[in-house]
Design a protein around this ligand. Structure first.
Ligand SMILES: *Cc1c(COP(=O)(O)O)cnc(C)c1O
Length: 292
């Protein structure tokens, strides 16, 4: 298990955000960065920017709960509340880029972000030279694309499995269709895997097509079982999006797991009251608001 849960801000996304900001020119640093996210990416951009003395603006809609707004403000970012959905927040972010010169930090479809997430692959091969198979949560594909590119460069035989939730798996549907397609967003326990890959996807669609050997889907009940297993057997708190690999293994959805297998456990940011309901079986339904 690769524990990205113990990263600062509670997910792997600090890697890509930190790498992107570290690569800014002096002029870009002056203008600052902008991100559209209420979740793990927003937190990561806020912290990485503060650590590198760069101004960060995070755009989100007025429907985002105050607790999430505060979490990002506490990490030092300016929060800009605009409109009533993610799309309107994105329009504002693009305006800040066009008019004020801020630099957009995309959550996955960006070479510096992908390379940052890819440092996981380098760490894996350093720790486990005979690594044979890696199982990675899959949404926009920055995480799996970076890991696959780094790892397969060093160990071409390594097998890469991506796991998404059956409810609205954008990359899975896009690969099936042969091009980026929109998916209807549905509430899921794996809320951090929600959202599309972008109809103008520039990097991750092609990376996944080239480098990912297998993509599998898991149900809500399987995700809940994965979270419960991680908690009761491994004493680990995983958010739904991070438990999909364990879920897929337990449900026997991964073909031929062979040799040393690594599960990337991508984050731990879950409301603990909800978490306890899920792992104790009091609830396996996600009804709350989605984040990305
Ligand atoms: C963002 C995220 C993912 C998916 O990463 P992509 O690069 O979008 O595929 C998986 N797990 C967690 C916890 C995340 O925050």
């Amino acid at each position: 298990m690769k524990l990205e849960t113990v990263q600062e801000t509670g997910s792997f996304k600090i890697r890509g955000a930190a790498n992107h900001i570290a690569g800014l020119s002096a002029a870009e640093r002056q203008h600052g960065v902008v991100a559209v996210s209420t979740g793990n990416h927003g937190r990561a951009v806020a912290l990485a920017a503060r650590a590198q003395n760069v101004r960060a603006v995070v755009c989100m809609s007025s429907l985002v709960p105050g607790i999430k707004v505060d979490a990002i403000k506490d990490l030092g970012a300016a929060v800009k509340i605009v409109g009533h959905n993610q799309d309107e927040a994105e329009v504002e972010a693009k305006r800040l880029v066009a008019e004020d010169g801020l630099v957009m930090v995309h959550p996955f479809d960006d070479p510096m972000v992908i390379a940052g997430q890819g440092t996981i692959g380098l760490e894996l091969v350093a720790d486990l030279p005979d690594i044979a198979h890696v199982v990675v949560p899959l949404s926009g594909g920055g995480l799996i694309g970076g890991i696959a590119r780094a790892l397969k460069t060093v160990v071409p035989t390594v097998r890469i499995t991506g796991v998404s939730m059956a409810r609205g798996p954008a990359m899975y549907a896009s690969q099936q269709a042969g091009k980026p397609v929109p998916v209807a967003e549905e509430a899921s326990l794996a809320d951090s895997l929600g959202g599309g890959i972008g109809l103008d996807n520039a990097h991750t669609f092609a990376l996944v097509r080239e480098l990912v050997d297998e993509m599998v889907l898991v149900s809500e009940a399987e995700i809940a079982a994965g979270m419960a297993h991680a908690f009761f057997e491994e004493r680990l708190v995983l958010e739904g999006g991070a438990a999909v690999g364990i879920a897929a293994l337990l449900a026997d959805r991964i073909s031929t797991p062979a040799g040393p297998v690594v599960l990337v456990l991508s984050g731990q940011n879950v409301d603990m009251t909800r978490f306890l309901e899920i792992v104790t079986g009091a609830s396996t339904q996600e009804t709350g608001e989605k984040t990305s």
